[in-house]
Design a protein around this ligand. Structure first.
Ligand code: HEC
Ligand code: HEC
Length: 201
């Protein structure tokens, strides 16, 4: 066993300790259902793409840092493990017109997805008033500065995890993964390589 794997087992053991018995049985059950860490991926901004981050990083989850909004952006709406998209800019507008934690008249700071498509705001950075408006700005192809905007037309009334609603394939019960390109055959995005810390070596 190499050092990396050993490190991740230690990290997972402490992660479990931090989460057991957070005092809210509903959260405990939901967290258990998400399963353990992927071997070779540290608990970090690169772990658990697509999962509802706030089950653990929310007020009752106990995982640090505490987050207010978090999620993952994928290339196309397929049900199997989809390709994440890096450098997608997220713009969240809260009930008071604050954007990404800045006031209505200030320029919102960029908040970009990482190589597994994850992004988050800590509660210290942005403690938003619900409901929220969500917009994503996808690069038109990897590395491009040109973007395509996609808007969620309804408002998010209280769930801070995008993955709390956006999961799996799109069907009548679910909006499916959040994606950049409608037609998977037209997606220019490739899965990340092992240089991405979210990909096990
Ligand atoms: C099943 C619970 C769980 C879920 C779901 C989860 N995390 Fe974590 N996360 C943890 C734990 C545990 C740690 C280790 C820190 C701790 O023990 O408080 C951690 C650590 C982190 C860290 C901190 C790394 C550091 O060096 O300080 C970040 C950032 C993070 N997770 C991001 C995310 C994002 C983004 C998502 C959703 C895509 C997510 N997490 C989903 C449990 C979770
Ligand atoms: C409470 C459930 C829920 C949560 C939480 C949620 N969404 Fe949505 N989202 C939906 C539904 C339902 C739709 C489809 C109808 C619509 O656009 O309002 C949607 C649509 C979208 C779309 C448009 C998809 C398309 O077809 O172009 C984007 C982009 C989006 N959401 C982004 C986000 C982001 C980013 C987050 C997290 C900050 C988020 N959503 C959180 C339910 C949710």
């Amino acid at each position: 066993m190499n050092a990396l794997h050993f490190g991740s087992i230690v990290a997972f053991a402490s992660a479990t300790a931090a989460l057991v018995g957070c005092g809210n049985p509903v959260v405990d059950v939901k967290v258990a259902a998400l399963g353990g860490e992927v071997l070779g991926v540290e608990p970090s901004e690169f772990h658990r793409p697509g999962q509802p981050c706030l089950e653990c990083h929310g007020v009752y989850g106990g995982a640090s840092p505490q987050m207010s909004i978090a999620g993952t952006i994928f290339a196309a709406p397929i049900d199997k493990l989809p390709t994440p998209v890096e450098h997608v800019n997220i713009v969240i507008t809260d009930a008071f017109g604050n954007k990404n934690g800045k006031g209505p008249t200030e320029t919102p700071p960029e908040r970009k997805t990482n190589c597994v498509g994850n992004f988050f705001f800590t509660r210290d950075e942005f403690d938003p008033g619900f409901p929220l408006e969500a917009k994503i700005e996808c690069p038109t192809k990897p590395g491009s500065v040109d973007t395509t905007g996609r808007y969620m037309s309804s408002r998010i009334s209280r769930e801070g995890s995008c993955g709390g609603c956006h999961q799996g394939a799109r069907d009548q019960g679910s909006p499916g993964w959040i994606y950049c390109v409608e037609d998977p055959t037209l997606s220019p995005f490739k899965p990340p390589g092992t240089e991405c810390p979210g990909v096990p070596r």
